[in-house]
Design a protein. Structure first.
Length: 582
């Protein structure tokens, strides 16, 4: 339509020949003019013989109309060029179709190039899956490369065993699960585990990310799934690994305007999984960190019926992961991995790998040939709090405030018997925006926390602000993060852990996605909400008062320690304790 609207008039225009007024007058006299149209700024006319269209400018010519009339010209309101019907059909219909087909072809080529499809099936290459194939996975990752995660490895060892020798399983009539779902927070080694299964079993490994299935065009994802399974069945026994399966496996809901493409892809995946028999040697591993958002159809028996949790590593797990990664770099002989692991509490495998790498980078920066304990400790701080801001200069007054603030945290923590001892206190600003921080170290694994411990932790959070109040009599914005943390903890105690006096064991809040930030949603009446808010304030207030009391009782130590920190800028836990116990 656009073509006919814009291009056709243009083509018609092009055929008009411009002549001078004299020629026009001569043609009038010679009675050569067939049709004529006098417009505002030009005269358009045709001649009798070859039907050519001419145009010429307007002149002040009063007798023109008379002369034209007597020459036998026909006055018309519009002159259209008579094209041959065949030619105009060609132009207005065939040409646009040819252009469209051309565009289509080139797009298809582009898509196929992207899909990396070979030249074998050019015509039907659309939507070929771009699963990467690691055929020779025997030289790939092994279980020994994945540290910690012993339960997950045990769980997956059975699958390796099956892929090695399915006959034992077939004999007894047992069938392997078709799909295994690896769930856990990001960076805990899910992808590594899947690769390790293929590596141990020495089978091909197909890997594709869930988001790669979701294409612009409806139906492309589904055809990718079909293609992936076709390839996999040819290569069986093998592992198919789908990363971030939540990208396609989200719960289908009845909402208007749902994602058609995603649902079609999911349906195709479901029917492919049902389609192959249990024992054909294709095992699908999938990873997600949002298991609660998966469609129930995906997790029902016969599909992804086995779920392997891949949690954040515990203390021994962290130590092992550090050791595995430290093997890849040159390190000093006397490294205390246990201490590093304790300092990096809550870190994931990926973060630990990053910490080791940062240490190696630091060693290079300092022109050393190996990384030391200090490198590792500093790189934990880099990963946790960012780089030291070398040129951020605090004014003396600010520096004193930060010193009091940090000593406040540490002193409150140390004076409460249940709090973990302090590892290090520093008032060197970091790129994350922290002006200083107190690093606490857990002595061992903690799986449970008592109500008192949680209260003490809140008191420790408030300790920074309390120190400002007790010693300087004014308060600053430096406590904003502490306030957030204290509130979060207090809220959780009341709404989720049943630690308030009058809600008993009723859940007021539910966690939405435990592996990603763990945001919560309230499930209670307005009155209860108001009551929760009141109790949170009361709880934090009480601990704040307690912190203030502790600091007032130890005002002398507070001053002494803050002065020491102000001068030294960084002090260790041991220095802190020796001054405290002097
Ligand atoms: P996920 O798939 O769970 O997000 P990955 O398997 O991609 O995490 O892990 C990312 C990186 O983190 C790995 O390449 C590896 O270097 C490191 N890593 C994570 N977990 C472990 C572990 N348990 N042992 C050793 N390295 C690990
Ligand atoms: Zn603080």
């Amino acid at each position: 339509m656009l073509f006919n609207l814009l291009v056709m008039p243009w083509i018609a225009q092009r055929n008009i020949q411009e002549v001078d007024y004299g020629t026009f007058m001569t043609m009038t006299v010679n009675k050569q003019i067939d049709q004529v149209q006098v417009q505002d700024n030009q005269i358009v006319f045709t001649d009798k013989e070859n039907e050519q269209i001419y145009k010429t400018g307007i002149m002040d010519d009063p007798g023109l109309v008379e002369r034209l009339h007597s020459s036998g010209a026909k006055f018309t309101s519009e002159i259209v060029q008579q094209m041959s019907p065949f030619f105009s059909f060609l132009l207005s219909w065939l040409l646009p179709i040819i252009i469209l087909v051309g565009i289509g072809q080139s797009m298809q080529k582009k898509l196929m190039n992207k899909a990396g499809g070979g030249g074998d099936s050019m015509m039907f290459g659309m939507g070929k899956s771009n699963a990467k194939i690691y055929v020779n996975s025997s030289e790939g990752i092994k279980f020994s490369d994945v540290a910690g995660q012993d339960e997950a490895k045990e769980n997956l060892a059975e699958i390796v065993d099956y892929l090695h020798d399915p006959s034992i399983y077939k004999e007894i009539g047992a069938s392997m699960p078709k799909g295994v779902l690896l769930v856990g927070p990001p960076g805990t080694g899910k992808t590594m585990l899947a690769k390790a299964v293929a590596g141990e079993a020495r089978v091909p490994f197909f890997s594709i990310s869930g988001s790669e299935f979701v294409e612009m065009f409806v139906g492309m994802g589904a055809s990718k799934v079909r293609d992936l399974f076709k390839q996999a069945k040819e290569k069986a026994p093998c592992i198919v690994f789908i990363d971030e399966i939540d990208a396609i496996g989200k719960k289908r809901d009845g909402n208007f305007g749902g994602n058609d493409e995603r649902e079609q892809t999911l349906n195709q995946l479901l029917s492919e999984m049902d389609g192959f028999e249990g024992n054909n040697g294709v095992i699908i591993l999938a990873a997600t960190n949002r298991p609660e958002s998966l469609d129930p159809a995906l997790t029902r028996p016969g599909r992804f019926d086995r779920r392997v949790p891949v949690e954040l590593p515990d203390l021994t797990g962290r130590e092992e992961i550090l050791k595995v990664h430290a093997k890849k770099i040159k390190v000093a002989h006397d490294i205390d991995f246990n201490k590093i692991a304790r300092m990096a509490s809550g870190a994931s495998g990926a973060e630990l790998a990053n910490i080791v790498n940062e240490a190696a980078l630091r060693a290079v920066r300092d022109n050393r040939s190996f990384a030391t304990q200090a490198d590792l400790e500093e790189s934990i701080e880099v990963v946790v709090a960012g780089y030291q801001k070398k040129n951020a200069i605090l004014s003396d007054k600010e520096k004193a405030i930060v010193a009091y603030h940090e000593i406040g945290h540490a002193l409150v923590a140390a004076k409460q018997t249940h709090s973990a001892p302090v590892q290090k206190i520093t008032i060197i600003p970091r790129t994350s925006g922290a002006l200083g921080y107190t690093m606490q170290v857990d002595e061992g694994n903690r799986y449970l926390m008592s109500k008192e411990e949680m209260e003490n932790r809140i008191a420790t959070y408030t300790g920074g602000r309390a120190a400002e109040e007790v010693s300087l009599g004014s308060i600053t914005t430096g406590a904003s993060n502490d306030i957030e943390q204290a509130t979060k903890l207090a809220r959780a105690m009341i709404t989720r852990y049943g630690m308030s006096k009058d809600f008993d064991m009723v859940a007021m809040e539910t966690v939405n996605n435990q592996y990603l930030g763990g945001d919560t949603s309230l499930a209670c009446s307005h009155e209860t909400q108001a009551e929760i808010d009141r109790q949170v304030v009361e709880l934090v207030k009480k601990q704040h008062e307690k912190a203030k009391q502790i600091l007032t009782e130890n005002k002398q130590k507070l001053d002494e320690l803050a002065k020491y920190l102000y001068e030294k800028e960084t002090i260790t836990g041991d220095e802190f304790m020796s001054i405290l116990n002097k």
